[in-house]
Design a protein around this ligand. Structure first.
Ligand SMILES: Cc1cc2nc3c(=O)[nH]c(=O)nc-3n(C[C@H](O)[C@H](O)[C@H](O)COP(=O)(O)OP(=O)(O)OC[C@H]3O[C@@H](n4cnc5c(N)ncnc54)[C@H](O)[C@@H]3O)c2cc1C
Length: 660
């Protein structure tokens, strides 16, 4: 029988659904909470906030992460800020507007009900974080400051210099530490979840590898929450931390949790360009820089050629010969168009030969105008640490005056290019954040929920913290309400033994291949296939070819991988090999999804489906749905597509317009 998906969206008007849900959902009484154990895998903003909240509520929480401290989760890297509809600027913001911008920004491929709830709880997040002592930037009078991010015409982004993620994570970590101290949360650092244990169709525990001893251990609980981040590193080079992986998510997928919209991958327009073949990661230059930085390439091809040859420098191109192409194409939003639009526009200019840098694969981000308008001190106040980071990596100081001509001061511009950054797709979850496996929940970047086909800047932190502090603590109770009737499950049950043996067998297999290729060399090849065939511009032929290459790469991995060392004790190469096995499957999932989605929307751009002006052309008649993929029992088998139709009650689906 064909599978179906039930998104469990509550009844009632969109703006009342969450209130209604909270009023009627089942609760767990305080005594029963003490009997219930919840596993939370991940200590990033989503995992830490969920673990701290569930602990505070009285549940017993087991909280896992692969790093040596929860504070090292990748969330710490977030720079620019977090959105909320406080309207402190009195510039016309509202919950509705944040909701609308997010649905529109996601190219009308997100669930209305989820996004409305996200906008609703956004304001609570700021209050919660302020109460924890998160040092958000403030105005002179003491009010919290805001700046603008792409896809919005209001300033709603709260920030702490260029270190917002770090400060928010420290806030969540302090709440978590309080629960650790109270004995309600037990932390398992340097543990990696390798499998989820399913008993009678419900998630009842996990198998985790102690990354220091190499031993597999079993953990049981009444529910399992996965908060393990995104799958951007499938592309090898990305702005993600190198430890980011999709192993927990893919293992959940293998065990029956469907995977939604994998092809919605975000390519961020402002990253430091690739500068060689030995690079292992890319660096983001925060979107906040687009508040005051202007993006341009030369108007004349001969200037572009001279810049590529190094015979001319950016500051030598006079104002009248610069093409501020975002301001030209999208006058209403200018440099603050959403990321997918900005990335594609950069690619279009570079494809036409106007790119800069010795590769021709870069555009300028220039602060000359804003420095003259506001002064270097003000600009440094806003972006000082980002300027320093850029200078450390490239040896160019974007705040340095290069020359003055005809009364115009020219500062040294940054060079930027799009790079893989975030994944909107993820484990399919219903309104309660529960996956297709009962008792298995997914939160934060690892679920697919709220961003549709493209995420707006500063909305990931908002979603991760919304899920962890304000949504899951309600919805998981609806599931746990009758779980207190169950006895605590023993990890001696055959299902645990079988899952552990399965993981051990896989580790033995990887160790025994003893081929000639390092994990990194195969991962780099994977990244190359993904970028070339499943990257910023996709075609049917390219995707079919990509899928062929991915299948061949799996064979190469299975036959020619070399993992040095032993399976006992610490073996980072072995851990990377496990991640790579899952990235290859993830790569295929992305390609299958991209191939079937015969339209362009958000981060998914099919070159066959574009307007004459090169804008994405959606096909709402045939693709107005969430595409969830169901594992068919074997990595080599093609997954099956299950559709969740989208239903909009209050937003009129239309072509995105950032021009006027
Ligand atoms: C450079 C950069 C800047 C960004 N800036 C912003 C910004 O300004 N605003 C914004 O809104 N968003 C930003 N983002 C996006 C945002 O940071 C992430 O989407 C968000 O932090 C993800 O949080 P998370 O809790 O879901 O996952 P993560 O923070 O990635 O945490 C994942 C957790 O899971 C654990 N884990 C992973 N796998 C396993 C496993 N198998 N077993 C056990 N534990 C595991 C890890 O140890 C970690 O604790 C940025 C992203 C990048 C890359």
């Amino acid at each position: 029988m064909a599978k179906t998906l039930n998104s469990r969206i509550p009844e009632g008007p969109v703006a009342e659904k969450w209130t209604n849900y909270k009023a009627h959902q089942r609760l767990v009484n305080p005594k029963n909470k003490l009997k219930l154990d919840v596993i939370v895998v991940g200590t990033g903003l989503a995992g830490a906030s969920a673990a701290a909240s569930l602990g505070e509520m009285g549940f017993n929480v087991l909280n896992f992460c692969i790093q040596d401290s929860p504070r090292r989760a990748h969330s710490i890297a977030a720079q620019g800020g977090i959105n909320a509809a406080k309207n402190y600027q009195n510039d016309g913001d509202s919950i509705y507007r944040l909701f609308y911008d997010t649905v529109k920004g996601g190219d009308y491929r997100a669930r209305e009900a989820n996004v409305y709830r996200l906008a609703e709880v956004s304001n609570d997040i700021i209050d919660q974080c302020v109460a924890q002592g998160v040092p958000f930037a403030r105005e002179y009078g003491g009010m919290l400051a805001n700046r603008s991010f792409g896809g919005a015409q209001v300033s709603r982004t709260f920030y702490a210099k260029g270190q917002t993620g770090q400060q928010l994570l420290l806030g969540a970590y302090s709440s978590l530490s309080r629960q650790v101290q109270a004995g309600k949360v037990k932390l398992y650092t340097r543990y990696e979840m390798e499998d989820v244990v399913i008993i009678d169709g419900h998630a009842r525990g996990i198998i985790a590898k102690n990354l220091v001893t190499g031993k597999l251990e079993r953990f049981s609980a009444n529910a399992v929450v996965i908060a393990t981040g995104g799958y951007g590193n499938t592309y090898f080079l990305s702005t993600n931390a190198m430890g980011c992986n999709c192993t927990a998510a893919i293992q959940a997928y293998r065990k029956g949790a469907m995977f939604a919209n994998p092809s919605y991958v975000q390519i961020h327009p402002t990253c430091i360009p690739v500068h060689g073949t030995n690079q292992s990661k890319l660096t983001l230059m925060s979107e906040s820089l687009r508040n005051d930085g202007r993006i341009w390439v030369p108007k004349k091809l001969e200037d572009a050629k001279a810049l590529q040859a190094g015979t001319k420098q950016g500051w030598e191109i006079p104002e009248e010969d610069r093409d501020y192409y975002l301001e030209r194409r999208y006058p209403a939003f200018g440099n603050l168009v959403p990321r997918d639009v900005a990335s594609r526009a950069a690619k279009e200019r570079c494809d036409k030969g106007f790119g800069v840098n010795n590769t021709g694969l870069a555009v300028f981000l220039d602060f000359s105008e804003s420095i003259q308008r506001l002064g270097i001190d003000e600009i440094r106040q806003r972006y000082g640490n980002l300027f320093d980071m850029y200078e450390e990596i490239t040896d160019v100081n974007p705040g340095e005056l290069a020359c003055e001509k005809n009364g115009v001061q020219y500062y040294k511009p940054m060079m930027i290019f799009p790079a893989i950054h975030y994944t909107m797709g993820g484990i399919w979850v219903d309104y309660e954040l529960q996956t297709t496996v009962p008792g298995l929940f997914a939160i934060g970047e690892c679920n697919f929920s709220d961003h549709g086909a493209n995420r707006l800047g500063a909305s990931a932190l908002m979603q991760g913290l919304a899920d962890g502090y304000f949504v899951l603590p309600y919805t998981i109770q609806n599931y746990l309400a009758d779980q207190a009737l169950w006895p605590r499950l023993s990890t001696d049950l055959p299902e645990f033994a079988e899952a552990e043996q399965g993981v051990q067998k896989e580790i033995d297999r990887l160790m025994s291949i003893q081929g000639k290729r390092s994990v990194d060399s195969i991962h780099k090849e994977l990244g190359h296939i993904m970028w070339e065939h499943v990257g910023m511009g996709r075609t049917k032929e390219g995707l079919e070819e990509g899928l062929k290459l991915l299948k061949a790469l799996r064979k190469e991995f299975d036959e020619n991988l070399f993992v040095p060392g032993s399976k006992e004790g610490l073996n980072v190469e072995l851990d990377k090999a496990i991640h790579l096995r899952d990235f290859i499957l993830m790569g295929e999932l992305i390609a299958y999804d991209a191939l079937h989605r015969e339209e362009s929307c958000g981060g998914h751009f099919r070159e066959e489906h574009q307007t004459e002006e090169g804008e994405a052309k959606r096909d709402d008649e045939h693709f107005f749905y969430v595409g969830a993929w169901d594992y068919q029992g074997d990595d080599t088998k093609a997954p099956e597509l299950v559709k969740e139709p989208l239903e909009y009650e209050i937003i009129k689906v239309q072509t995105r317009n950032y021009k006027n």
